[in-house]
Design a binder for this molecule. Sequence first.
Ligand SMILES: CC(=O)N[C@H]1[C@@H](OP(=O)(O)OP(=O)(O)OC[C@H]2O[C@@H](n3ccc(=O)[nH]c3=O)[C@H](O)[C@@H]2O)O[C@H](CO)[C@@H](O)[C@@H]1O
Length: 367
Amino acid sequence: MKIIVSGGGTGGHVYPALALIRTIKKKHPDTTFLYIGTEKGLEANIIRRENIPFEAVEITGFKRSFSFENIKTLVRFFKGVKRSKQIIKDFKPDAVIGTGGYVSAPVVYAAAKKKVPAVIHEQNSVPGLTNKFLSRYVQKVAICFESAKEFFPAPKVMLTGNPRASEVVGKDGRGELAKLGLKENVPTALITGGSRGARPINEAVIKSLTQLANKPYQILYITGEVHFETVKREVELIGDSPNVAVVPFIHNMEEVLTEIDVVVGRAGATSLAEVTALGLPSILIPSPYVTNNHQEKNASVLTSAGAATMLLEKDLSSQKLISALDDILLDDKKRKNMSEASKKLGMPDASDRLYNILLDLIQSGRN
Ligand SMILES: CC(=O)N[C@H]1[C@@H](OP(=O)(O)OP(=O)(O)OC[C@H]2O[C@@H](n3ccc(=O)[nH]c3=O)[C@H](O)[C@@H]2O)O[C@H](CO)[C@@H](O)[C@@H]1O
């Protein structure tokens, strides 16, 4: 089989694509993949690290208000479509899958125009512009939250969940925390601001460090690559604490997560798929800067099930963060209840569901 995969900008669009690629590779080792992303998105590094052939197109997103930039974006889109059509002509894929982010727009659109079977995967409870646009042209739309259904043509929609959920389950912890300078068998919170990090979360964590140093639990704190140097300098001024490890990014999250008890982070849909697949309690601080405030909607699915607590960014402070951590990490019963509620939302068979859709499509295309 030959498959083109496209999605990017942030990790939330790239990791589901990578998880699906790994699933297909396991089932059909002879499959050839081509990933189409942008040079500026996180995919350029994440996908190349995996030795998956990678082609870049140049694309930006539309601004919601009228702007001269939108004309440039339209020009880039049509250039991207032209280039994608050429790539499709040369590579001759059996199917194309788009996992969202601007880059998947020209690629999936070009596939539809070239009559190649195409699927999109929407991670969020409220879809982004790209997938809404593409849903008119593709054969199938895979979703992760029931609430996303109403935004797409009904006969095309299938609930699959997020392939990244399948990837994180069943992994063995192999002393990952010890490698990062933390202890094993101590309750541990992972704090992250999503795949690109989040300055407001970093500021709250930095202000909490002195108090966190005296807690009976420990923290693995991911700053985000671009924020690392600034945060590190601030941490050095406060003084290192043995129960807090500070890192820029984790490349083997599926392994690290097996040793984590609570996740504190944004409410990006792929992170939530991981957390629920593993049955982890979480403290969610949705990004207010995303389309249609979709992260708050993602988060409320978990909070209403009792799987997470939510802290709005406008209310975020070091005290609120510490008491949210204490509430869960110092209360075993609460942690257990949240964990059970979280697990009920998990969809660990997502990869297989998405893979089956793709395979059916390819086979029906060949008949
Ligand atoms: C600002 C923005 O546009 N955010 C969107 C983006 O978020 P973002 O890219 O932050 O997405 P998520 O939080 O959903 O997923 C992040 C992914 O990166 C991984 N990871 C993160 C940190 C790290 O050090 N190592 C690592 O591997 C996580 O394990 C996860 O697989 O995509 C999500 C999924 O469409 C959306 O819901 C978010 O609203």
